[in-house]
Design a protein around this ligand. Sequence first.
Ligand code: ATP
Length: 462
Amino acid sequence: MKEQKSGKILVVDDNEDLLKAAKIFLKRHFGQVDTETNPDLLPILMVNEQYDVILLDMNFTKDVSSGQEGFYWLDRILTLDSSAVVVLITAYGDVNTAVKAIKEGATDFVLKPWENEKLLATLNAALQLRQSKMEVHELRNQNQQLYQDIDRKFKDIIGQSAVMQKVFETIERVAGTDANVLILGENGTGKELIARAIHRHSKRHREAFVGVDLGSITSTLFESELFGHKKGAFTDAKEDRTGRFEQANKGTLFLDEIGNLPLPLQAKLLAALQNREVTRVGSNKPVQINIRLISATNMPINSMIFENTFRQDLLYRINTIEIRLPSLKERLEDIPLLANHFIELYSKKYNKDIRKASEALITRMQKYHWPGNIRELQHSIERAVIMTNHSVLQPEDLFIQKAIMMEKQEDLVSLDHLNIEDVEKILIRKALHKHNGHITRAAEELGLTRSSLYRRLERYGL
Ligand SMILES: Nc1ncnc2c1ncn2[C@@H]1O[C@H](COP(=O)(O)OP(=O)(O)OP(=O)(O)O)[C@@H](O)[C@H]1O
C-alpha cells in the first residue's frame, strides 16, 4: 500500500535554485511543499494556508549575513500563529546564532548546504512537534469552551426583573454558607436550576450534587433509595446499594417535591437530618453524613403546617433560608429576554437562522398566562423554532401550535370538572382554531358579537 504523505511545508529563501531542489526532494516525503522567495508575502501565505513547518532562511538581503532578517521574520510568524513551527536555515550558522534562534522560539536550525537525510529528520521531528502543539491548542480551546459554558450557566438563569434580582442577591448571599435552603415556586419556575446554581457557587462545588424526586418515590422504596440497603435486605436487594444521602456526602442533596412526602416518611427524613446519619436497610451500622440540604416544592408548605399535612419540625430543619421563585406571570418584563434566549439556543441546536421574536409575538406572550411557567415557554419556543419558516418568530408560530396542543389536552378533560369560564375558554379556542383565528367567523359560530368575543379574549388572556 502506498504510504499516505502528510504535512504542509513552506520554504522561504531568496535562492531560487535552492528552492527548486528543496521542493523536488521534500515533495517525496510530505503532503504539500510550497516555496517563496519573498518573505514579505509570509503573512498572506499564512492566512491562506495553515503550514505545519516553515523552513526559513535567515538572510534575504544581498551581502547581509547577520541573520537579523531571519529573527525579524521568526518573530512575525510567531505573532501570527503562536503554534507555528519554524526551522531556520543559514549558510553562516554558528552555535551562538543557533542558541539565540531557539531562545526566540525557533524549533530547530539547519546549516546550508544541507544533507538531505539530516534535513528530513529535522523536518519530521518538527512535524511531530507541530502535531502535539495543535493537540494542546485544541484541548485548550475545548477547556476554554467548557469554562465558558460553566460560567454561562449562572448567566443562563435569565431574568432582569426586580423579583429575579432579589432572588440572585439571595443566592449570592447564601451559596457560600452551609445553610439549608427551601425553594418555593410553581412548576417550571426554575427551582432545580437555582438549586444547582447554589451548589456551583458553594464551597462544595467540587463534590456531588445529588437530586431526588420525593414526589415519585414509593413508600416502600423510600428508605432504600435515600439510605441505601444491604444485599439480601429484601427480595429485590440483589446487591449492596448506596443511598442518595451517602452519594451526596460532602456535597449537596437536593430534595425535590418535598411537600409531597407522606407524614410517616417525613418522620424518617427528619430523623436522618437530625442525627446526621443514615442506616442502610438490612444493616445496623449507622453511617455519618455531611450534606448541604436544598429542598424544593410547589406546594403551599407553610399553610400545610396548619392542616397537619407537613411537620413543623421538619419545615424548621429545611427552611433556614427560603427562596420564593416568582411565576412567569409575575415577571412579564422578563419574557422578551427569555424568548430570545431560547430562540438563540434552539436555532443553534436545530441549525436554523432565526434571529428573534417579533414585537407582536412578545406582546402576545405577555398576555398569555403560562401555567407551566418557563418550562412551558421553553418547550413552546423549541417547537416553534423547529416548525417555522420565518427568520423572526411570529405569534402564529407559537400560538397556533399551542392551541392545537391545548385542544388535544382539553379533549381529554371531562366536562364535569370545569366551571363555566373554563368551558367558555375551551369553546372560544376551538372556534378560533376551526376558523384559523378569523375573529368574525369564530364570533358568528359562538353566537357572539365581535366586540364581546374580543372582550372575552382580553379577559381570559387568550
Ligand atoms: N430563569 C431561567 N432562565 C432560563 N431558563 C430557565 C429559568 N428558569 C427555568 N428555566 C428552564 O426551565 C426548565 C424548568 O426549570 P426547572 O426544572 O429548574 O424548574 P422546577 O421549578 O424545578 O420545575 P418542577 O417544579 O416541575 O420540578 C429548565 O429547562 C430550566 O433550564
